[in-house]
Design a protein around this ligand. Sequence first.
Ligand SMILES: *Cc1c(COP(=O)(O)O)cnc(C)c1O
Length: 434
Amino acid sequence: MTNTFVQSNSIAAFQKAQNYMPGGVNSPARAFGAVGGQPLFMARAEGAYLFDIDGNRLIDYIGSWGPMILGHAHPQVVSAIQQAATRSSSFGAPTEKESELAELITQCVPSIEKLRLVNSGTEATMSAIRLARGATGRARIIKFAGNYHGHVDSLLVAAGSSAANLGVPDSPGVTAGTSQDTVILQYNNLASVERTFAEFGHEIACVILEPIAGNMGTVLPQPGFLQGLRKLCTDYGSILIFDEVMSGFRVALGGAQEIYNVRPDLTTLGKIVGGGLPVGCYGGRADLMDQVLPAGRVFQAGTLSGNPLATAAGIATLQLLRDTPPYAYLDQLGKQLLEGLSSAASRHGVEFHIARSGSMLTFFFNDRPIINWEDADRSSRSSFAKYFWGLIHRGIYMPCSQFEALFISAAHTPADIDATIDSAEEVFATLKSE
Ligand SMILES: *Cc1c(COP(=O)(O)O)cnc(C)c1O
């Protein structure tokens, strides 16, 4: 890159932010704790590029941690939000647009027969767990180490994402009582799930998982894992919940369940479903969803749920994804990045493992295949931090942790990917010489 990287404005902004917000941020990963140094403050973004308050231009591989699959400030999404805003940003009464978004979601993800719109992925998983417990009358839930389902108390145990970086799988404030009904098992280890069901299967309300994991870095389900969970849940009358907050509309229009052809009872969505505005969604079998108030007795509500601006952004995004699917193009860019990074790393003797599903990818500084959190945890955090900063200095903005997936958008070009591979090669060369 010819431009030189500067950070003085961001450093001043971070100093001020720390006076007002814990750690200077409104979500922990943004503080760069896992890679050291100080975060960049953003001014604006367009397509695949971020522009920070020092005037650096960066190729964006975070996409707001998933939502921006069409690139930033897509004209049709912007205009949908603008038009909705002139009609009022909230009513607290039903609108036809909510049914329009709901219908679109059910068309894209056929296992979702009925749904509720909420405001975040966290709210979606929290509500899905409550429904599973309410519907089965059972207390226990199974989750997998390294899977992140938002900051729901009962799910904030062995969670990946920021929790993994901070080394606080159990957050202070999550009581033993809250987490005692959460059973933590190893991802991709079907035998351990089978043993658990054999022991107390009739007490298990649900199994919740990321069907393609992204919050311990990208980790794909092993053949038969999802199918095996489906069968166990059916046999024991437990609810299978796919948390597709990240993978939904990302790996395919119908999410991981489309790729692996497994039908969960409930699905949680977030991120892309709101097109960059705060939307979450949980839905699935109509008979289950009809147990939610006021059709049924399981309580769940939200002042801003189905918010008109958020709904407009979601509709515009899903319509574009359905009518002009970018998935083949995204897959091609993902493949280009995987192959480029692999050969650059090999040329410089960097040991690595890459996992990818479409436009979601993680480069692990790890010489072994990764199928669960224990494998991922053996990756070199220090090499990752050098790689991360080396790329920032060259105008490439990667997720700031070894245990996050990067995302490519439909606004990226093959030239952006090539520039990224060239920069990575320069950084790999410096890693080896140390
Ligand atoms: C991001 C994420 C969540 C939490 O969503 P928020 O909108 O941040 O609350 C839940 N599950 C998965 C799989 C996620 O990637």
